[in-house]
Design a protein around this ligand. Sequence first.
Ligand code: URA
Length: 229
Amino acid sequence: MTDSRRLADLADNLACRSRMGLSKVAGSREDLAQLMDAVMPAAPTPRFTSLAQVRQWMGECTRCSLSRGRDKIVFGSGPEDARIMFIGEGPGAQEDRQGLPFVGPAGKLLDAMLAAVGLRREQVYIANIVKCRPPGNRDPQAEEVAACRPFLEAQVKVIAPAAICTLGRPAAHALLNSDAPMGRLRGQWSRALGVPVLPTYHPAYLLRTPEAKALAYADLKALVKGPTP
Ligand code: URA
Protein backbone atom coordinates (compact mmCIF):
# COMPACT_ATOMS: atom_id res chain seq x y z
CA MET A 1 0.00 0.00 0.00
CA THR A 2 1.32 3.48 -0.78
CA ASP A 3 2.04 5.94 2.04
CA SER A 4 -0.72 8.30 0.85
CA ARG A 5 -3.19 5.39 0.84
CA ARG A 6 -2.10 4.39 4.38
CA LEU A 7 -2.40 8.00 5.50
CA ALA A 8 -5.91 8.24 4.02
CA ASP A 9 -6.82 5.00 5.84
CA LEU A 10 -5.43 6.41 9.06
CA ALA A 11 -7.46 9.63 8.62
CA ASP A 12 -10.64 7.54 8.00
CA ASN A 13 -9.85 5.42 11.02
CA LEU A 14 -9.38 8.52 13.21
CA ALA A 15 -12.56 10.19 11.95
CA CYS A 16 -14.57 7.01 12.45
CA ARG A 17 -13.22 6.41 15.95
CA SER A 18 -13.86 10.04 16.89
CA ARG A 19 -17.50 9.73 15.65
CA MET A 20 -17.83 6.63 17.83
CA GLY A 21 -16.44 8.50 20.82
CA LEU A 22 -13.24 6.43 20.93
CA SER A 23 -10.07 8.35 21.62
CA LYS A 24 -7.43 5.74 20.83
CA VAL A 25 -6.17 4.89 17.34
CA ALA A 26 -5.88 1.27 16.24
CA GLY A 27 -2.35 0.10 15.44
CA SER A 28 0.80 -0.06 17.49
CA ARG A 29 2.85 3.01 18.42
CA GLU A 30 5.65 1.73 16.18
CA ASP A 31 3.27 1.38 13.20
CA LEU A 32 2.06 4.92 13.68
CA ALA A 33 5.56 6.28 14.24
CA GLN A 34 6.76 4.59 11.04
CA LEU A 35 3.78 5.93 9.14
CA MET A 36 4.37 9.46 10.40
CA ASP A 37 8.08 9.16 9.55
CA ALA A 38 7.14 8.13 6.02
CA VAL A 39 4.85 11.09 5.42
CA MET A 40 6.54 13.82 7.48
CA PRO A 41 9.85 15.37 6.42
CA ALA A 42 12.62 13.99 8.64
CA ALA A 43 13.73 16.39 11.36
CA PRO A 44 17.37 17.43 10.93
CA THR A 45 19.80 15.61 13.23
CA PRO A 46 20.69 17.88 16.14
CA ARG A 47 24.35 18.81 16.70
CA PHE A 48 25.89 16.82 19.52
CA THR A 49 29.08 17.40 21.43
CA SER A 50 29.09 14.16 23.44
CA LEU A 51 28.04 10.54 23.11
CA ALA A 52 25.95 10.94 26.27
CA GLN A 53 23.83 13.48 24.37
CA VAL A 54 23.42 11.07 21.45
CA ARG A 55 22.41 8.30 23.85
CA GLN A 56 19.91 10.62 25.50
CA TRP A 57 18.48 11.58 22.10
CA MET A 58 18.01 7.89 21.30
CA GLY A 59 16.11 7.34 24.56
CA GLU A 60 14.14 4.09 24.85
CA CYS A 61 13.92 3.99 21.07
CA THR A 62 10.87 2.44 19.35
CA ARG A 63 11.65 3.73 15.86
CA CYS A 64 11.69 0.22 14.38
CA SER A 65 10.24 -3.15 15.26
CA LEU A 66 13.54 -4.50 16.66
CA SER A 67 12.70 -2.59 19.84
CA ARG A 68 9.90 -5.09 20.55
CA GLY A 69 12.25 -8.05 20.92
CA ARG A 70 15.18 -6.44 22.67
CA ASP A 71 16.27 -6.72 26.24
CA LYS A 72 18.85 -3.88 26.19
CA ILE A 73 19.86 -1.25 23.64
CA VAL A 74 23.50 -1.84 22.67
CA PHE A 75 24.61 1.72 22.01
CA GLY A 76 28.37 1.15 21.74
CA SER A 77 31.44 1.17 23.95
CA GLY A 78 34.84 2.81 24.03
CA PRO A 79 36.45 6.19 24.50
CA GLU A 80 34.86 9.23 22.91
CA ASP A 81 38.23 10.25 21.46
CA ALA A 82 39.05 6.83 19.94
CA ARG A 83 41.13 7.08 16.76
CA ILE A 84 39.73 3.81 15.41
CA MET A 85 36.07 2.85 15.32
CA PHE A 86 34.73 -0.66 14.57
CA ILE A 87 31.22 -1.07 13.25
CA GLY A 88 29.51 -4.46 13.33
CA GLU A 89 26.04 -5.47 12.23
CA GLY A 90 23.95 -5.83 15.38
CA PRO A 91 23.86 -7.28 18.88
CA GLY A 92 23.61 -11.02 19.45
CA ALA A 93 22.07 -12.78 22.45
CA GLN A 94 24.81 -11.99 24.96
CA GLU A 95 25.15 -8.39 23.79
CA ASP A 96 21.37 -7.95 24.14
CA ARG A 97 21.52 -9.27 27.73
CA GLN A 98 24.51 -7.14 28.76
CA GLY A 99 23.89 -4.00 26.68
CA LEU A 100 27.48 -4.11 25.38
CA PRO A 101 28.80 -4.80 21.87
CA PHE A 102 30.87 -7.87 20.96
CA VAL A 103 30.88 -9.63 24.32
CA GLY A 104 30.00 -13.10 22.97
CA PRO A 105 32.20 -15.58 21.08
CA ALA A 106 32.69 -13.20 18.13
CA GLY A 107 33.76 -10.53 20.63
CA LYS A 108 36.40 -12.82 22.14
CA LEU A 109 37.86 -13.30 18.67
CA LEU A 110 37.68 -9.56 18.02
CA ASP A 111 39.69 -8.97 21.21
CA ALA A 112 42.32 -11.47 19.99
CA MET A 113 42.41 -9.81 16.55
CA LEU A 114 42.93 -6.41 18.20
CA ALA A 115 45.72 -7.79 20.38
CA ALA A 116 47.41 -9.28 17.30
CA VAL A 117 47.90 -5.76 15.94
CA GLY A 118 48.78 -4.15 19.25
CA LEU A 119 45.36 -2.72 20.10
CA ARG A 120 43.26 -3.10 23.22
CA ARG A 121 39.48 -2.90 23.28
CA GLU A 122 39.68 0.08 25.67
CA GLN A 123 41.46 2.08 22.95
CA VAL A 124 38.83 1.69 20.22
CA TYR A 125 35.15 2.53 19.88
CA ILE A 126 32.85 -0.37 18.96
CA ALA A 127 29.31 0.10 17.65
CA ASN A 128 26.84 -1.60 15.34
CA ILE A 129 24.67 -0.47 12.44
CA VAL A 130 21.60 -1.43 14.50
CA LYS A 131 21.47 -1.06 18.25
CA CYS A 132 18.86 -3.73 19.01
CA ARG A 133 19.17 -7.48 18.45
CA PRO A 134 17.63 -8.78 15.21
CA PRO A 135 15.53 -11.89 16.00
CA GLY A 136 17.51 -15.10 15.64
CA ASN A 137 20.58 -13.03 14.71
CA ARG A 138 19.28 -12.49 11.17
CA ASP A 139 20.79 -9.69 9.07
CA PRO A 140 19.25 -6.29 9.90
CA GLN A 141 16.65 -5.21 7.34
CA ALA A 142 16.97 -2.02 5.30
CA GLU A 143 14.30 -0.13 7.27
CA GLU A 144 15.93 -1.13 10.58
CA VAL A 145 19.33 0.07 9.37
CA ALA A 146 17.72 3.31 8.14
CA ALA A 147 15.92 3.89 11.46
CA CYS A 148 19.19 3.49 13.39
CA ARG A 149 21.40 5.38 10.94
CA PRO A 150 21.01 8.85 12.51
CA PHE A 151 22.43 7.47 15.78
CA LEU A 152 25.39 5.84 14.04
CA GLU A 153 26.06 9.03 12.09
CA ALA A 154 25.87 11.09 15.28
CA GLN A 155 28.30 8.69 16.99
CA VAL A 156 30.76 9.00 14.11
CA LYS A 157 30.48 12.81 14.16
CA VAL A 158 31.18 13.03 17.89
CA ILE A 159 34.05 10.52 17.87
CA ALA A 160 35.51 11.81 14.58
CA PRO A 161 37.78 8.75 14.27
CA ALA A 162 40.81 8.70 11.99
CA ALA A 163 39.52 5.43 10.50
CA ILE A 164 36.51 3.13 10.61
CA CYS A 165 36.74 -0.64 10.18
CA THR A 166 33.46 -2.31 9.23
CA LEU A 167 33.03 -5.92 10.34
CA GLY A 168 31.14 -8.12 7.89
CA ARG A 169 28.94 -7.61 4.88
CA PRO A 170 25.87 -5.84 6.34
CA ALA A 171 28.03 -3.18 8.01
CA ALA A 172 30.17 -2.63 4.89
CA HIS A 173 27.10 -2.47 2.64
CA ALA A 174 25.26 -0.08 4.96
CA LEU A 175 28.17 2.27 5.44
CA LEU A 176 29.50 2.26 1.89
CA ASN A 177 26.09 2.06 0.24
CA SER A 178 27.41 -0.82 -1.84
CA ASP A 179 26.28 -4.34 -2.64
CA ALA A 180 29.68 -5.60 -3.77
CA PRO A 181 30.82 -8.97 -2.37
CA MET A 182 33.01 -8.93 0.74
CA GLY A 183 35.83 -10.55 -1.20
CA ARG A 184 36.02 -7.36 -3.26
CA LEU A 185 35.38 -4.83 -0.46
CA ARG A 186 37.69 -6.19 2.25
CA GLY A 187 41.09 -4.61 2.61
CA GLN A 188 40.19 -1.70 0.28
CA TRP A 189 40.08 1.81 1.69
CA SER A 190 37.14 3.99 0.79
CA ARG A 191 35.31 6.84 2.53
CA ALA A 192 31.99 7.34 4.29
CA LEU A 193 30.68 10.13 6.54
CA GLY A 194 33.92 11.98 5.85
CA VAL A 195 36.06 9.19 7.38
CA PRO A 196 38.36 6.61 5.72
CA VAL A 197 36.70 3.19 5.90
CA LEU A 198 38.34 -0.23 5.67
CA PRO A 199 36.01 -3.23 5.55
CA THR A 200 37.07 -6.62 6.86
CA TYR A 201 35.41 -9.93 7.66
CA HIS A 202 33.11 -10.31 10.65
CA PRO A 203 34.68 -12.28 13.53
CA ALA A 204 31.66 -14.63 13.55
CA TYR A 205 32.45 -15.46 9.89
CA LEU A 206 36.09 -16.03 10.85
CA LEU A 207 35.00 -18.47 13.57
CA ARG A 208 33.25 -20.47 10.84
CA THR A 209 35.97 -19.88 8.23
CA PRO A 210 39.35 -19.90 10.00
CA GLU A 211 41.23 -19.94 6.68
CA ALA A 212 40.10 -16.30 6.16
CA LYS A 213 41.79 -15.15 9.39
CA ALA A 214 45.07 -14.35 7.62
CA LEU A 215 43.23 -11.90 5.32
CA ALA A 216 41.52 -10.25 8.28
CA TYR A 217 44.91 -9.96 10.02
CA ALA A 218 46.32 -8.23 6.92
CA ASP A 219 43.30 -5.87 6.95
CA LEU A 220 43.82 -4.95 10.60
CA LYS A 221 47.51 -4.31 10.00
CA ALA A 222 46.52 -1.95 7.17
CA LEU A 223 43.96 -0.33 9.48
CA VAL A 224 46.56 0.43 12.15
CA LYS A 225 48.92 1.81 9.51
CA GLY A 226 46.19 4.14 8.25
CA PRO A 227 44.80 4.93 4.80
CA THR A 228 47.20 5.06 1.90
CA PRO A 229 47.39 8.69 0.67
N1 URA B 1 28.01 -9.28 16.15
C1 URA B 1 27.90 -7.98 15.82
O1 URA B 1 27.87 -7.62 14.64
N2 URA B 1 27.83 -7.08 16.80
C2 URA B 1 27.88 -7.40 18.09
O2 URA B 1 27.80 -6.52 18.93
C3 URA B 1 28.00 -8.78 18.42
C4 URA B 1 28.06 -9.70 17.44
